[in-house]
Design a protein around this ligand. Structure first.
Ligand SMILES: CC(C)(COP(=O)(O)OP(=O)(O)OC[C@H]1O[C@@H](n2cnc3c(N)ncnc32)[C@H](O)[C@@H]1OP(=O)(O)O)[C@@H](O)C(=O)NCCC(=O)NCCS
Length: 273
């Protein structure tokens, strides 16, 4: 990279087509289909956003969001975020998300949502730790069967709510570091019989190194998925919200804080395979 990376909206059909190459490089696509450039063009035309990080003419990563509403409030659902492997770890995804935030705020959009696999620690650190998105919904088997390393595994997803004008999000956008990790004494929830009602803060552990476990141990992966779904759904129903992510003695865990309002968006569980 030359160091002069520019983030801007896409301008030409060729640039939209280039997103498919970046997607293939970022995801590998053993387990999901690439989103066609024509879909991105249509969604952008309909009020969505497709913006990319360019080093000269070279596209290093991109973000794509589609318009949605939430009880009448205009918002954006961020469908794709990808950075080429050779450009990862240099803050580009953060810059792309902050570009998306500024773009949305300029248009009166104050909520951005997206989904991700809750067992991916890197994504959790970006979405919850760095950007300060929160989660109050688990979407069971969101994409259905997608094969590859997810073969036989329900595609459960956390839905991020990124409240763009939340004071914590504003501070994160300014580059202020999250508060130091102070979760040593927070109790961990590991059994559905032990879901608390009145503890202000709990930890919800999840498996470490999930992509490797998916590849090597499908049984353990499914058991972990099933247990996590039960616990997360029960905690959300009791008004807990994911506000952080931490790693304690090598085990990653979400930090959940109790709010007064219960989640209203729990979907019924489909049958597990
Ligand atoms: C997830 C992805 C977009 C991150 O892109 P990136 O440009 O490498 O990310 P950044 O350098 O901006 O890092 C952003 C944050 O992610 C987390 N992160 C990034 N790489 C990480 C790693 N290897 N391990 C742990 N956390 C990591 C960190 O919290 C980091 O913030 P910090 O450096 O301030 O602590 C990229 O890895 C990717 O394209 N993955 C495949 C596609 C994908 O999963 N997209 C969905 C994203 S929700």
């Amino acid at each position: 990279m030359s160091g002069r990376v520019v983030i801007r909206e896409l301008r030409t059909p060729e640039e939209f087509f280039e997103t498919t190459h970046v997607s293939k490089a970022a995801w590998g696509f053993a387990e999901r289909a690439v989103s066609p450039a024509t879909d991105l063009v249509a969604a952008t035309h309909a009020g969505g956003l497709t913006a990319a990080a360019f080093d000269g003419k070279e596209m290093l990563g991109f973000v794509h969001g589609i318009p949605r509403t939430n009880k009448g409030e205009p918002c954006q659902h961020s469908h794709l975020l990808a950075v080429r492997p050779d450009a990862q770890g240099r803050g580009l995804s953060t810059r792309l998300k902050l570009f998306q935030r500024a773009w949305c705020l300029e248009r009166g959009i104050r909520l951005v949502t997206w989904t991700y696999d809750p067992f991916l620690l890197k994504n959790a650190k970006l979405n919850v730790g760095r950007l300060r998105g929160t989660v109050r919904t688990l979407l069971p088997d969101f994409y259905g069967h997608i094969g590859g390393i997810y073969a036989g595994l329900p595609t459960d997803r956390f839905e991020i709510n990124w409240r763009l004008d939340d004071p914590l999000v504003v501070r994160a956008a300014r580059g202020e570091a999250p508060p130091p990790d102070g979760y040593a004494d927070v109790p961990a929830v590991t059994r559905s019989g032990a879901i608390p009602y009145d503890v202000p803060r709990v930890l919800l552990p999840f498996i470490a190194d999930a992509p490797r476990v998916y590849r090597t141990d499908p049984r353990r992966s499914l058991a972990a998925r099933t247990r996590f779904r039960k616990l997360a759904t029960a905690l959300f129903a009791r008004g807990y919200v994911v506000t952080g992510v931490t790693v304690r003695e090598g085990e990653p865990a979400y930090v959940l804080d109790r709010t007064r309002k219960n989640s209203l968006r729990i979907r019924p569980w489909p049958a597990l395979p």
